[in-house]
Ligand binder design. Sequence first.
Ligand code: ASP
Length: 344
Amino acid sequence: MNLISRCAFLVIVSAMAFASCGPQPSPAPSSQATWALAIHGGAGHFGEEDLTAAQEEAYEAALSSALELGQALLDDGAPAVDVVEQVVRLLEDDSLFNAGRGAVFTSEGTHELDASIADGATRNCGAVTGLQGFRHPISVARLVMDSSEHVFFSGHGAGVFAEGQGAESAPAGWFDTDKAYRRYRRAAERAGDTPVPLEEKRGTVGCAALDVHGNLAAATSTGGMTYKRHGRIGDSPIVGAGTWADNRTCAVSATGWGEYFIRTGVTQDIHGRMLHGGQSLREACEGAIFDEMGALGGDGGVVAVDAQGHVELVFNSTGMFRAQALKTGDRVDREVAMFGPYQP
Ligand code: ASP
């Protein structure tokens, strides 16, 4: 049994290290956190029996690498908005995940990529949907935020904008992987049985961060859902459904069945519960996931941080690839986990 990937995993960097089986409560800072970082690699209905030991190790390694990159940037004083972009870029290049390289196929056998980024300091955001041929959709979303007077571009126009900004293109075939193609073929054989079964919907990537300057940011990137119809837009590129950041409340990235996240505006719901309802980050995430999105029949989860450095990883699916790190003083707490059920 691979202890690291089957158990919630905490490391205290001050030399003490331990691991324990079963879900662990999210680290909560005893005093104001120096920085905080939360990452996901998708949610879905999967358990230990669905992954081989080698697959678990691969996911654990990928999530750990993403944590390490984010930690290093945050320790250097990088702005949260740069950190979430860089972490998501790393995951977009990893074919394990359904974002960038490794993205799922549409029903037409193409890749239509979605991404969004939100900066809690400025309450600005940028997003793209149906993007084709660019290696890092999250960086195109960042360009939309920083270099246009708009916040959201789609399809052909998104590509024209990306090209005009000099975004890195990707050669034909860059996004294709055998795993995604097999899922596509399975879905094609069942054509008509839409939406695609729950176990096929995982691998979206996202990150939320609080930096040493007290600023929050979040980013999300995905290929969407296997065998999605041409032009279908999920929650990931929609700020307020899949992504949110506001220094007054929280930074959130979501993953799951996008239609339900859009119908209940999950990430903005979390913000509103905190801002107007006085809820804690945990209460707000649980309310949005279980009482609203889940109550309609949707499934998935969120990773979230607040301005005090609380971190929450909340999901109603059976699993969510997730990781978090929290620095308080000289101490760093880390966790990498995959399986559920969610326990506060
Ligand atoms: N939320 C994504 C979408 O619906 C999929 C996922 O997160 O698994 O496009």
